[in-house]
Each structure stands twice: as C-alpha cells, then as structure tokens.
Design a protein around this ligand. Sequence first.
Ligand code: ZN
Length: 460
Amino acid sequence: MSGEPVPPVDDVVAERLAVALRCVTISGDAGEPVNNAGISAEPADAEFAKLAEHLEHSFPRVHAELDLETLGRSRLYRWPGTDPDQVAALLLAHQDVVPVDDADRWTHPPFAGVVDPEFIWGRGAIDDKSRVLAILEAVEAALAAGVRPKRTIYLAFGHDEEVFGDRGAVLMAQRLRERGVHADLLLDEGGVITQGVADGVDVPVATIMVGEKGYATVRLSVREVGGHSSMPGRQTAVGRLARAVARLQDSPMPTRLIPVIADMLNRLRHTMAEPRRSLLKLAGNGVVAPLITRIMAATPTTEALVRTTTAPTVFHGGVKANVLPQRAEALVNFRILPGDSVESVLEHCRKVVRDKGIEIEVIGAASEPSPDPRVGPAFDLIARTAQSVVPGIAVTTGLVPGATDSRHYDDLAATRCNFAPIVLTQADIASIHGTDERISRLNYARLIEFNRRLLTELAG
Ligand SMILES: [Zn+2]
C-alpha cells in the first residue's frame, strides 16, 4: 500500500467539489436549515436539493449501483457486499455547513466555490463537503474498476451535523440499528494531520481521534426586585451573578489523565526530545501521571485533554447606569471529559456557586461525552492507510473537542475513528467555522486517495 505517489487533483475533480461548495446548505442555531440572507435568495432546502442533484449527476455509478435512502435531506447509501450480512464500514460525512458572518473579509465570497491552481475555496471546503465528495469519488472509481466488496459498506451523509444531527444522523443510526447492523469500522470527521501544532513535536502528527468530549451550556440567572441605584443594598443582580461566574471560573472541574489520553502521550513520545520522552514513558505510572496532568493543565490546548473545561461566554444584565437590574443571566459553556457527564457538570455548578438565589440549568442542545473512548482493532488500518498517503507522519490518538455525528453511531461499530488525512497548519484549523476556509488540491488529492486505498482494503 505504501510508497505510491498520490495522483493530483485535476480541474474536473476540483470543479466537482467547487460546485458542491456553491450550494448554500447552512444549518443555523435554531435547529432549522436557514437561508443565508444576502448571499442566496433560495431557502436552504432548495440548496440541499441542488446539492443532491449535483451528487447524482456527478457520480452516476454510485447512484445506479448502491441503494439510497433519504431521510430528510440526509443520504444513507448501502453498497451491498457479496456477503451482505457482514458490514465492513460506516463512512460518515455531513452536507451542511455553518453560517458566515464576515463574508466581506473573505478573499473570495464564501459560497462562490472558487478554484485556483493551488486551492478550492469556500465554506465547507474542509468541514465537511470535501469528505462527502472524496468518499463518492473513491466509490465511483472503485465501481468503474469493477470492485465488488465482500462485506457491505454504508455511506451516511447527514444534513444537520452542525445542529446536533437530530433529524439526520439520529434517524440514519436508528435505521441501521433496526437492521441489526454492526460494522467493523466507523469513520467520520475529527482529527487531521498537523505540523508545528503540538508543542515539542517537529514531525507531522496524524491524530486519529477515537471519541469525543461532551457539550453543555449552563445558564445562571438571578432575579431581584430592582429599584433606584442610590439605595442598592448589599448586592445587585449583576454583582451577585458576577460572583457566581467568577467562582465557576476559579474552580474548574478536577483534572484527570484518562486512558485514551495516556495512550495518546505514549504514542507521541517517540517524536519528542528528552526529557519529555522519558517522562511520557511513565504516563501510566500513578506517581508521574499527576505531574504530567499538571503540566498539561497549564496550557489551554492541552488542558482541554485532561479536564472538563469551563468557559463563561455570555453575560447579560441591567439596562441603565442608575437603575438596579431586575434580572441578569450568564451562559457558561462546558466541554465534558469522558467520565464526567451533563448531570455531574450541573452538580458541580450548584456546589461551586453556593447561592440558592441563582437558578442553574442546562439550555439548548447538550451531548454526553463518549462513554468509553478506546483504540479499536481497525485503528491500525486507518493509521497504515494514512501513512501510505502521507509518508513520514507520526500517528497518535485523541478526543474530538466538539460533538460530531458519529456519537449517534457509537454502538454500531467495533472501532470508531474520527480522522481525515489532510495536513493542516494552525491557520487552516482556524478557518474551519472561520474566515477563508479552503482546501489545497494536494490535501484533497490525499483525501480521495486515502478513501480509495481504504475501500480497496475494506472490499477484500
Ligand atoms: Zn463538521
């Protein structure tokens, strides 16, 4: 599998992705696909229809030879194996994208789908339309080459991943569950290959993530009588709430080195210089683990790997300088480490705030962390395939910091991997959900070739 160079992406293949990027398939916060006012006059549903038509037109063999079910705008494909009851893989990707609120700062308009000699530009270029199209490119090529898998392969392309997948992934997973599907491999978005991002590591590192953190937003609110600010009493609603928020920030949930992160460090240590290399060798040691945890907790990027993080993000209260506020509220966003839960976060908040006058509740969509993230048997296949496409990389594991559709399928596969073999810089990572999202032709070529080689392995 190794050694062969990755064939470049020609203009036809690049344009197929660009056309998909021109479909304004935005998922908004409200849980409904929304129209991105000012950029497209068409409602999002028509944009999903346009994307569907583009996929059907671009990948005729896929649409002739695979079974397709649509659930809402989500697309569940079944590529039956010669032994149809055996399921090799569930390949996940999502068709929706997040909105753009700074379109004038983009080099090219976010939904123009511009192709230049180096890049394909647009919202969704990385997250996640490149993965939808790359999987379809690979299956189309396999069908053209006469490949017929021994075991069944499913492709599941959600339409509401960015708003928690309740109408897409949840229903597709349910359908698979009813059929008794159990796959060897579940592959979805999450980790990538980074260079110069992990401190002290110079080689490019592929982070094949195997689970995810949970997510919850807690609202703290307080009501007071109000009145004139000349006679405020001991505290106002704003002061009382500020103290509660400060307590939460000052007393985060405890740090903990969970097994998957210890495994991550152990895999990474070979890429590091002394003394880290020797220190990390002892990550599983009960005496050294707290030291490692403390070092990691000192930096925000690594702190997120060893604890449930606390981020006060919104604070509202008061209307006028000389009027006592009658109501104040704050939102605090938590990313929950496996082992903690939405409920334990709430308990922690109540305990730390220590103020019965403050109402504490979870609002909006919340998700639990992966119950037991671990490196499964098919992990090595993903690692090997990544190394064949991008030679010279180190491979480690990790946790997705946010929620992905794959959490809805956790029970349906023996191995879960969240990974794409694209090499990203810190700036590229910032462009995901940010400004100037784009994918290089080279990365897109890697993505397609990775899927091709993976399908060849899975089909055998
Ligand atoms: Zn995504």
